[in-house]
Design a protein around this ligand. Structure first.
Ligand code: A3P
Length: 294
């Protein structure tokens, strides 16, 4: 399915991290980005529930007003900091035009985040997801989102992922790097699996972190509007308004399954053993742990 030439799909390199070449080209503007003290940064490794968390936060910012949250597509309501593609405004350009208080999305590893966010002491919400579900979700995303190289077979893609040779690099370094920041910064670290199990409790955590109080009915509306079923049919949340030259939802929808443990439908027993071994080696010494199902 190559309406995008293979050379454009090859990943470039941003300070040692594999990344889309257009993003690498746009890096000087990102590095110089001027954060504002009331910016809220939503940070994730790809496929960890970024869109879900973004919709929850926009609902909180709009006081549970569903209609206001339909004002534009999620990728415009929550601009993607390091995004750069031909013919459309970059993430930085979008952000410069966004009135405060802004929600900002990034997938950058912690050491590459523009320093302005730390200088201005911005709040950060990080969401992590177990790597087995991330790699499966990423495998489908590589196929439907045209800026990616051909992922090959799942067996091949598992190796690419474990070696950190996918866009944004090593999952292991990403989740651990942001976890360490929690000790020194205003950072709320959430897990996709917790959000699946008890979204009400996680939304309450977010509200406390933001120092925001809302009516009980508002929490109800937030939970309903951000459920997988509601988001899947919401054109402002499901990415279907992206040009099909960039994303082909007929290959795999952006809101694909939205569950924990789908990896069990994909990994062989041998692949699972190899993945577990690699995981244990790369997470050794960290007090960070993941639920591989919910
Ligand atoms: P799956 O491919 O496993 O279905 P991101 O937004 O970071 O790219 O993450 C995408 C993943 O989050 C996809 O996972 C998608 O289905 C899932 N997702 C999006 N909205 C969700 C929701 N409201 N509830 C549960 N999962 C959701």
């Amino acid at each position: 399915p190559a309406d995008t030439p293979a050379t454009l799909r090859e990943l470039g390199n941003l300070h040692g991290i594999p990344l889309y070449k257009s993003f690498v080209e746009g890096w000087p503007q990102v590095e110089a980005f001027q954060a504002r003290p009331d910016d809220l940064l939503i940070s994730t490794y790809p496929k960890s529930g970024t869109t879900w968390l973004s919709e929850i936060l926009d609902m909180i910012y709009q006081d549970g007003d569903v209609e206001k949250c339909r004002r534009d597509a999620i990728f415009n309501r929550v601009p993607f900091l390091e995004m750069k593609a031909p013919q459309i405004p970059s993430g930085v350009e979008q952000l410069e035009k966004t009135p405060s208080p802004r929600l900002v999305k990034t997938h950058l590893p912690v050491h590459l985040l523009p320093s302005s966010f730390w200088d201005k002491n911005c709040k950060v919400i990080y969401m992590a997801r177990n790597p087995k579900d991330v790699v499966i979700s990423y495998y489908y995303f590589y196929q439907m989102a045209k800026m990616h190289p051909d992922p090959g077979t799942l067996a091949e893609f598992l190796e690419t992922f474990m070696a950190g040779k996918v866009a944004y690099g090593s999952w292991y370094e990403h989740v651990q790097g942001w976890w360490e920041k929690k000790h020194e910064k205003q950072l709320l670290y959430l897990f996709y699996e917790d959000m699946k199990k008890d979204p009400r409790q996680e939304v309450q955590k977010i509200l406390r972190f933001l120092g925001k109080e809302v009516a009980e009915g508002t929490v109800e509306r937030i939970l309903h509007h951000t459920s997988f079923q509601e988001m899947k049919k919401n054109p402002a949340a499901n990415y279907e308004t992206m040009p099909t030259t960039l994303m082909d939802h007929s290959l795999s929808p952006f809101l694909r399954k939205g569950i924990s443990g789908d990896w069990k439908n994909h990994f062989t027993v041998a692949q699972n053993e190899r993945f577990d071994q690699h995981y244990q080696k790369h997470m050794a010494g960290s007090d960070l742990s993941f639920q591989m199902e919910a």
